[in-house]
Every structure is written in C-alpha cells, then in structure tokens.
Design a protein around this ligand. Sequence first.
Ligand code: 5GP
Length: 189
Amino acid sequence: MKNNAKLIILSGPSGSGKGTILSKVREKIEISYSVSATTRKPREGEVDGVNYHFLTKDEFESRIKNGELLEYTTYCDNYYGTLKSEVESKLAQGKDVVLEIEVIGAMNAKKIFPDALMIFILPPSEEILENRLRRRNTEDEETLSKRIFEAKRELEYSKFYDYTIINDELDEAVEEFVNIVNKEKTQNI
Ligand code: 5GP
C-alpha cells in the first residue's frame, strides 16, 4: 500500500493566529503535531514536551552537532528547530504531520520534503497584526518590537507558499484549511 502521509508546513507571522487555527483544525481532522525544540523560556501555561521541548542553548547546540534536527533557525535571539524524531517515524507510519514554523525554517524543510504542502496564514492587515501582538502581552517591550519587525518581514515570504489563508474570521479560516488538506490528500491517492 502506498504511504499517502503528508507533511504540512504552516507559517504565518507571530500574531497571525496560526496556532489557534491549527488547534481547531486538529479537532476536525487527524494531523500529528511536531513538537519543536526551542531555547525560548516557557510562557505561562506552556508545558515542556507538549508546546515545545524547552532546551538550554548548550543542549540545543549538542542536538545540532548530533544531527538530530531537520531544520533550525534563530528567531528573536532564540533557537527554534524541528527534531527529526518528531517527524520521520510518524510519516513512516502513514500519519500526516504539521510543522508550525517560521519562514526560513519552512524554506529549508521544503528542500528536504519537496512534496510538503505549504500553508501561510495572513492577518487581515498589518495594523491588526500589530494590535494583536500588543494585546497578547506575553513579551517585554524589546521582544515585542523585534516580533513586530519579524512579523512584517515574514509577510514577504507568503508568495512562496502553496496557499495563503486570511485569518479574518476564525471558523472560515479553519474550514478553508481543512478543505485544502482534504483536497490535497485526495489528489495524491
Ligand atoms: P513562539 O516563540 O511565538 O512560540 O514562536 C516564534 C516563531 O518560531 C513562530 O513563528 C513559530 O512558528 C516559530 N517556530 C516554532 N517552532 C519552530 C521550529 O521548529 N523551527 C522554526 N524554524 N521555527 C519555529
């Protein structure tokens, strides 16, 4: 039997709502989530091994050295990366896997998995994005400014993705995402 498992690469600037969309999508269709590694400190409520594998800089760098990362990058002064162990065995078992990652990592992952389905979440406007980031209030002022800068830079990459979804209305964005995955899956049978 042909393994029809799909790797889905999901990007969108911080504040685009991609995490919220993804959790709603995963209530509707079965997609495994690749838990990334990061050196960022956990936010309130985040759980090690669930939201991220929270590592020290030394731990992260030794994983790079051991070839354990599929892709990694630095973002706002921290390392973020996809562990091979989170992805390869799940795909081999026929499970669809989603990587929720920023744009540079996404471009690198696409080189390794050229058949990956790439989806980009756009905010309704840059102004709304900035307001969302400010309202979220999880970062100090310096990090917030960096995130706003990064967010605007990331928007430039949306043209490299197979699909862009505007997160204007959450339920509609979720439905659009589900339809895209279902369509792509049936095309590949
Ligand atoms: P946050 O700190 O808000 O959780 O994540 C910051 C950015 O890093 C987000 O755009 C998120 O998608 C991205 N990110 C999370 N995990 C990874 C990863 O494994 N690799 C890459 N390249 N980016 C990641």
